[in-house]
Design a protein around this ligand. Structure first.
Ligand code: PLP
Length: 378
């Protein structure tokens, strides 16, 4: 059964499942307790933090552990705005809903001015427009790679512009970390999430460069006062195991090239078998694992259901918006025409995707596009 929905979530590795189970059995004590088993749990959490920090090339003490990408983003944005006298946030309409919706809410609440960076073709932010927006800004938040298209943002140029004007730069790297190496973050705050690299759900982190002021969102004494709440010890230990496995895998760049070729083969075969289909974000730098294909005049939901009946898992837009018939706001914002956005499906590979899965997926997509296309009256 081909699973091509890895940007929504990845399957936890067997050693991650094992790590979570062992943590539940052996380290169920509170890591803030002073007794010996509590301190053993603390030690295990700190080892996992070091593994996660190693994946993004930063010292462990600079990483705050959270309940995942959404919470890390919330802490970065609210935390920096809360600690700053300035109330201007700069972001883009291509961001994941965790950023976009938060920005819109802050804007609607009336205390924050949100400046939207213009998007170029393919949904790449116009880094050249950024310096003109930075005056009086508290924070810039631009993702590293897009969850729907895999399009990679010019993070180095964004970071350079921010550095020059002394504005902190938060990067939502949820789709990047674990798939691509990070020698040292180009930004000042970086968000990651373990379930995108074969770890458990509900665990992630926020790296904050020393000197960046952040006001905690969740009150409490844990995580050096940055994030209250008893640590999710089993999840954190599982995430640490996933981080070590990802680091080992990332050491071999050839593997990424092999999988990019597999994605390209899938893409070419689908375009060939489905006349009129287009790749959203084509021609831009993209993550090796993602392709977003628009099938004109088809409804993505009908296609997803037909594919699912045949055992192929994919997504339309972000997973969070499935079930709604609205086309993805990110695709619309990047200039994809509505008739293509309506019929756009995201296929995302993992490092374990096989040739056989891709062969089977090509057949299923071609059959379903044919079948759903024949029954559509739009
Ligand atoms: N940011 C991006 C780019 C994502 O793809 C996701 C999840 O799909 C998130 C943030 C949210 O992460 P989490 O599911 O860990 O809350």
């Amino acid at each position: 059964m081909p699973y091509l929905d890895n940007n929504a979530t990845t399957q936890p590795l067997p050693e991650v499942v094992d790590g979570v189970r062992r943590a539940l059995e052996e380290h169920w004590h509170n890591p803030s307790s002073v007794h010996r088993p509590g301190q053993a749990a603390r030690h295990a959490v700190e080892l996992a933090r070091a593994s996660l920090a190693g994946l993004i090339g930063v010292p462990a003490r600079q990483v705050t552990l959270t309940s995942g990408g959404t919470e890390s983003i919330d802490l970065a944005i609210r935390g920096v705005l809360g600690a700053s006298g300035k109330q201007v946030l700069i972001t883009s309409r291509a961001e994941h809903a965790a950023v976009r919706n938060l920005a819109e809410r802050l804007e609607q609440a009336g205390q924050t001015e949100v400046r939207w960076i213009p998007l170029l073709e393919g949904g790449v932010v116009d880094a050249a427009a950024l310096p003109g927006l930075l005056e009086g800004a508290a924070l810039v938040s631009v993702q590293w790679a897009n969850n729907e298209t895999g399009v990679i943002q010019p993070v180095e140029a964004i970071a350079a512009a921010c550095r020059e004007r002394g504005v902190p730069y938060h990067c939502d790297a949820v789709q990047w970390v674990g798939k691509m190496p990070v020698e040292s973050p180009p930004c000042d705050l970086l968000t990651f999430s373990a379930h995108k690299f074969h770890g458990p759900k509900g665990v992630g982190g926020l790296w904050v460069r020393p000197g960046v002021r952040l006001r905690p969102v969740l009150a409490g004494s844990q995580e050096l006062g940055r994030r209250g709440g008893t640590e999710n010890v089993p999840g954190i230990l599982g995430a640490g195991v996933a981080a070590e496995a990802a680091r080992a895998w990332l050491a071999n760049a050839g593997e990424r090239a092999r999988l990019a070729a597999l994605r390209d083969r899938f893409e070419s075969a689908v375009l060939e078998r489905c006349p009129g289909a287009v790749v959203n974000g084509a021609g831009r730098d993209r993550l090796w694992n993602t392709t977003n294909i628009g099938f004109p005049r088809l409804e993505a939901e009908a296609l997803l259901l037909a594919m699912s009946e045949r055992g192929l898992a994919a997504s339309a837009g972000s997973a969070c918006s499935s079930g709604s018939l609205d086309p993805s706001p990110v695709l619309l914002a990047m200039g994809v025409p509505p008739e293509i956005a309506h019929g756009s499906v995201r296929f995302s590979l993992s490092r374990f995707t096989t040739d056989d899965e891709i062969n089977e997926a090509i057949e299923i997509v071609a059959t379903c596009v044919d079948r759903v296309g024949g029954s559509m009256v739009r």
